[in-house]
Ligand binder design. Structure first.
Ligand SMILES: NC(=O)c1ccc[n+]([C@@H]2O[C@H](COP(=O)([O-])OP(=O)(O)OC[C@H]3O[C@@H](n4cnc5c(N)ncnc54)[C@H](O)[C@@H]3O)[C@@H](O)[C@H]2O)c1
Length: 386
């Protein structure tokens, strides 16, 4: 480790799926972004079971561990708290961390609902601490390239934005809800089903690429109405949305169509989006994440068609940091990029987007989607993004 770097001592809370992706991100950044002034140090990790958290610390090179997140926040040797827990803990931990003067990074969705999310925005703004939310798909090179292309105006006036996030892992009616294993199925812990879990990603990307969503009309369904709860052992009502489809208007006049489900047999994690403009269209598919497809209507008609851009050139976003042109990178690199961008933001003083304030706008859309489905009516979002 270089001695002339400023150390950013990270306290990671939660060591499941996201705990691993984040730990990997912190560990990789010094190798691939050596120009950064800050160097992350995995100072402590927290999870409730000692055996598990100790093993995680050993495996990922974390200097110490805690079994109570309040102890981690109370420590003087932690600069930034990174929240990788289920959704019900995001607000409580983030507010406590901000009040203790720590920088706060949190997994998405920002919170279970708008009220919690607001308390988080208020806490970080009152404390004046740097903050960010891990809507990591923005940082896949092909998605970042999509942003560059849209911002350049090449698409012209945008008419349509379309996104899907499809999975199939909850079709089995015997799958329980709650507990450590199935917290995503428990509305008290997750806040919502596919809307907060999957559509939140689609909404974040959509508003980043195409501006604010102003009103939504949604339909949701819970296909399996009761599941055994792992905490009580009893058959209980399922409160989450298993599937959600909504259409919407964007502030720029375009129309959006979004679908997410955990009941699309054959799909494990298919996130796709497509944008149709007056002059050109683009589309992207998580299963082929290094590619961006592009249709340019100005091309001579004999060679006109969808082109497939392999986003691996040195001048493509983030790619100069990795291997040589033509060689792809993976899902995990989006987290490495987010760490790098967060460290860079500490140098520049510019917020690392999406910050809590920006993620709060996504939360507004999620809330409007759920309310629209409940009331079977259009809902305004009051999003403050043009
Ligand atoms: N950015 C993404 O693409 C993405 C992907 C998956 C999950 N997520 C989000 O990340 C968060 C975590 O999801 P996951 O898939 O890693 O879940 P997970 O179940 O794999 O891991 C959750 C971790 O939190 C720990 N935990 C639970 N309660 C705790 C407590 N009181 N104190 C300390 N630790 C506690 C668990 O022990 C576990 O280690 C969720 O908010 C989820 O929405 C984001």
């Amino acid at each position: 480790m270089s001695d002339n770097k400023k150390k950013l001592r990270i306290g990671l809370i939660g060591c499941g799926f996201m705990g691993r992706t984040h730990a990997n991100g912190y560990n990789r950044v010094p190798n691939f972004f050596p120009e950064l002034q800050y160097q992350p140090v995995l100072q402590a990790v927290c999870s409730r079971r000692e055996e598990k958290v100790k093993a995680f610390a050993n495996q990922w090179g974390v200097a110490s561990y805690e079994t109570d997140w309040r102890q981690l926040i109370a420590r003087d040797d932690i600069d930034a708290v990174d929240i990788c827990t289920p959704n019900h803990l995001h607000a409580e931990i983030a507010v406590a961390a901000a009040e203790a003067g720590k920088m706060v990074l949190t997994e998405k969705p920002l919170a279970r609902n708008l009220e919690e999310a607001k308390s988080m925005v208020d806490a970080v703004s009152k404390a004046g601490v740097p903050n960010t939310v891990w809507y990591n798909y923005r940082r896949l090179p092909a998605v970042t390239l999509a942003k560059k292309i849209v911002a350049s105006g090449k698409l012209g006036k945008i008419f349509h934005y379309r996104a899907n996030f499809l999975q199939d892992w909850t079709i089995n009616a015997d799958l329980p809800q709650g507990g450590d294993a199935a917290w995503r199925m428990d509305v008290d812990v997750a806040g919502s089903g596919v809307t907060g879990d999957l559509l939140a990603h689609c909404i974040d990307t959509a508003m980043w690429l195409n501006g604010g969503i102003t009103e939504v009309s949604a339909v949701t369904e819970t296909f399996v109405k009761q599941r055994v709860h792992l905490d009580t052992g009893k058959l209980q009502e399922v409160g989450i949305d298993d599937a959600c489809i909504f259409h919407c208007r964007f502030a720029n006049g375009s129309l959006g169509l979004f679908e997410s489900t955990r009941y699309a047999r054959g799909h494990k994690a298919l996130y796709t989006f497509e944008i149709n403009g007056e002059h050109a269209s683009i589309r992207w598919d998580l299963h082929d994440l290094n590619r961006l497809e592009y249709f340019d209507n100005a091309v001579d008609s004999d060679v006109k068609g969808w082109s497939s851009i392999h986003v691996t050139n040195g001048d493509h976003p983030y790619m100069e940091k990795w291997w040589v042109p033509g060689l792809g990178i993976g899902y995990e690199h989006s987290f490495v990029h987010q760490v790098a961008d967060f460290l860079k933001s500490l140098e520049t003083g510019e917020p690392c987007q999406p910050d809590f304030k920006n993620a709060y706008e996504t939360q507004k859309v999620c809330e409007a989607v759920i309310e629209s489905a409940k009331s079977r009516s259009w809902k305004g979002t009051e999003v403050e993004i043009g």
